[in-house]
Design a protein around this ligand. Structure first.
Ligand code: BTN
Length: 248
């Protein structure tokens, strides 16, 4: 990644919000532009939660993606490509790196990376996407109530150089988005299916709408992002995000 695509700040509220400010200032900001910081005072997680991260310990960044001809109906493909990119790079450093549907990156049974993607639409297409990514790199004590956190340093027993990792992650992200062509959705889904956390075998889940504990296996993930499980009684159930909990 070239340095002109990289904006470093010691601190901001949230890199996703900072990217919006950069875009307001320069609407032509190029594909791949990345804002990274040492600390976020108001880091944002999924569903309005907070993302906490010790100052200077981790990677906190947002990358601007301008996918070519990606219909809004395919926005889950974008999310899959982001997850795939992270797993492909982090899997070179760590064992058992997977994606817990829909887009948490896990190492073993613990959460290594949080992803917050915000898409803008132009007509029927995704015109731009801000991929906000928090990787637990060198933090060794977690104080927040976030479930199951783990860092790369905890697994490896040694700290890592964040900048080297950032370059690799952004490089892979941009390469995967650039390689995407309309019609690749099936192939992307297959790659995503292979790296799914608990992708085969029966595991306990909680069906939120039915308010019921179930034992089930993954059947697949639809292009919309809907997860299909088969219970141990042979029943097929479909879930959107937050409609099912993994019991870990
Ligand atoms: C989650 O809840 O799992 C998503 C967390 C996403 C955190 C990252 S850190 C960089 C970027 N800026 C934010 O405010 N959030 C994302």
């Amino acid at each position: 990644m070239t340095d002109e695509h990289l904006i470093y700040l010691p601190e901001t509220d949230s890199t996703n919000v900072e990217m919006r400010r950069c875009l307001a200032h320069n609407p032509a900001l190029p594909h791949g532009t990345t804002v990274w910081v040492d600390y976020q005072s108001a880091g944002r997680g999924q569903q309005g939660t907070c993302w906490e991260s010790e100052r200077g310990a981790n990677l906190l960044f947002s990358t601007l993606l301008r996918p070519q001809a990606m219909p809004a109906s395919c926005s889950f493909v974008l999310s899959q490509l982001v997850s795939l990119s992270l797993v492909e790079v982090l899997g070179d450093y760590l064992p058992a790196v997977t994606v817990k549907w829909p887009n948490d990156i896990y190492c073993g049974d613990k959460k290594l990376v949080g992803i917050l993607i915000e898409n803008d639409m132009m007509g029927a297409d995704v015109s731009l996407s801000i991929a906000g990514i928090g990787v637990n790199v060198n933090q060794t004590v977690f104080r927040s109530s976030a479930p199951n956190p783990v860092s790369m340093a905890q697994v490896l027993g040694a700290p890592l150089d964040r900048r080297t990792l950032l370059d690799r992650l952004v490089g892979k992200l941009v390469a995967n988005i650039d390689a995407y062509r309309p019609g690749d959705d099936e192939a992307v889904s297959e790659r995503y299916r292979k790296i799914l956390y608990r992708g085969s075998g029966f595991y306990p889940y909680f069906d939120v709408l039915a308010q019921e504990s179930i034992s089930a296996e993954v059947v697949g993930v639809e292009p919309s992002g809907r997860l299909t499980l088969r219970t141990d009684k042979g029943e097929i159930r479909h879930f959107m995000f937050k409609e099912v909990c993994y019991m870990i």
